[in-house]
Design a protein around this ligand. Structure first.
Ligand code: FAD
Length: 296
C-alpha cells in the first residue's frame, strides 16, 4: 500500500480507472481486466463513485477487494453532492478502518431529475476536500478540467476555484482531452495562480466513436475534427477504429511525457486491451511507479 502523493514525489505514476460493476457478469469481467493489468504494475488504480446512489456501496467493495486481494494500491473516488456530513464521516471511517489511504474528492453532479435529489450538505468538491484533509490520514486528489468545467461561467473563474482547491489537495487528475495543448495551458494557468501541485492527465483511448463522443459532450471535452474524421472514415471496421484510437492516445501520451507530465491516468472503461497496447507502444519497460520508471 502507498500514498499517491508519495508515489508522485518518487517519480511518474501510471494509473488505471475502473467503474464499479453492476452485475455479477460485469464483476467477473472486471476481475479479469484487473488480473490482465496487474502485470503492468500500475502505481495505483482508482474506482469511480456512483453519484446517483446505485453503485455507492460497490465502490467501497471494489476498492477494499483490490486492497485485500491484489498487490495494487487503490484509490476511492468520492463525490459529495447528495451526501450529509454524517454519511461522509461514516464512509471515511470505513475506508480508514480498511487501510485505504487515497481518496479522490469530487463534487459530483446533481441528478438529471430533481425529484431524485438526496439531502445534501455539500455543494462543491472543496467542502468535501476539507473534511477529508481534516481526517489527517488520506492522500487526497481532486478533479481538474482542462477545457473548463461545463458549469464554470468563464475561464478565469474556473481556474481560480481550481487553484484554490488544488492548493489544499495533494494532486489533481484531469478530465480526458485529446490535444496536448489543453493540458499545457491548464498547467501554465495554474502556475500563474501560484499552484504547482502535480496535475496528472487523464487519457481516454477511443475504441467506440459514439460512446466517446457522448462522454466528451457531457464532460465539455472537444472531440477534434481531425480525429472524428479519421474515425468516421472507418466506422464500419471496429478493429480499424480501435487501431486509430490507440494510435492517437499513444501520440498524446508521448507528447505529455515529453512535456514533463507527472504521470498518466487511463480511463479503462473496465477493459485492458487498449491500455496494454498503449503501454507497449510507449515502451514502458520498467515497473511503473518505481522511482526509475520511464520510457525505454
Ligand atoms: P467542483 O470542484 O465542485 O467544481 C464544479 C463547478 O463548481 C466548477 O465549475 C467550479 O468552478 C465551480 N466551483 C467550485 N467551487 C466553487 C465555489 N466555492 N463557488 C462557486 N463555484 C464553485 N463523477 C462521479 O459522479 N463519480 C466519479 O467517480 C467521478 N470521477 C471523476 C474523476 C475525474 C478525474 C474527473 C475529472 C471527474 C470525475 N467525475 C466523477 C465527474 C465530476 O464529479 C463532475 O465533473 C462534477 O460536475 C464536478 O466535479 P468537481 O470535483 O470538479 O467539482
Amino acid at each position: 500500500m502507498a500514498r499517491v502523493s508519495d508515489l508522485l514525489a518518487a517519480g511518474r505514476t501510471y494509473s488505471f480507472e475502473f467503474f464499479p460493476p453492476k452485475t455479477d457478469g460485469a464483476q467477473l469481467s472486471l476481475g479479469r481486466t484487473i488480473a490482465e493489468l496487474e502485470p503492468l504494475a500500475p502505481s495505483f488504480v482508482s474506482v469511480t463513485y456512483g453519484a446517483g446512489g446505485t453503485t455507492r456501496a460497490r465502490t467501497r467493495e471494489v476498492v477494499t477487494w483490490v486492497r485485500r486481494e491484489t498487490s495494487i494500491t487503490p484509490m476511492a473516488h468520492l463525490t459529495c453532492q447528495g451526501h450529509t456530513r454524517a454519511e461522509i464521516a461514516e464512509i471515511l471511517a470505513a475506508y480508514r478502518a480498511a487501510g485505504i489511504e487515497n481518496i479522490l474528492a469530487l463534487g459530483g453532479d446533481p441528478p438529471a431529475n430533481p425529484a431524485d435529489a438526496r439531502p445534501s450538505e455539500y455543494t462543491y468538491a472543496s467542502e468535501l476536500l476539507e473534511d477529508v484533509v481534516k481526517e489527517g490520514c488520506f492522500s487526497v486528489g481532486v478533479a481538474a478540467h482542462p477545457e473548463l468545467h461545463p458549469r464554470s461561467p468563464d475561464r478565469e473563474t474556473d481556474r481560480r476555484y481550481l487553484a484554490a482547491k488544488l492548493n489544499r489537495a495533494d494532486f489533481a487528475i484531469t478530465q480526458f482531452f485529446f490535444e496536448v495543448e489543453h493540458y499545457l495551458r491548464l498547467v501554465d494557468e495554474l502556475a500563474a495562480l501560484g499552484c504547482d501541485k502535480p496535475v496528472v492527465p487523464g487519457i481516454m483511448p477511443v475504441t467506440n466513436v459514439s460512446q466517446v463522443q457522448r462522454m466528451a459532450q457531457l464532460s465539455g471535452a472537444a472531440f477534434p475534427t481531425w480525429l472524428a474524421d479519421r474515425l468516421h472514415a472507418v466506422a464500419d471496421d471496429p478493429d480499424e477504429v480501435r487501431r486509430i484510437g490507440v494510435d492517437a492516445a499513444t501520440k498524446l501520451c508521448a507528447d505529455l511525457l515529453d512535456a514533463g507530465a507527472p504521470g498518466l491516468h487511463f480511463y479503462t472503461l473496465n477493459r485492458s486491451t487498449a491500455t496494454r497496447e498503449i503501454y507497449a507502444s510507449l515502451g514502458l519497460t520498467v515497473s511503473p511507479g518505481a522511482p526509475s520508471a520511464g520510457r525505454a
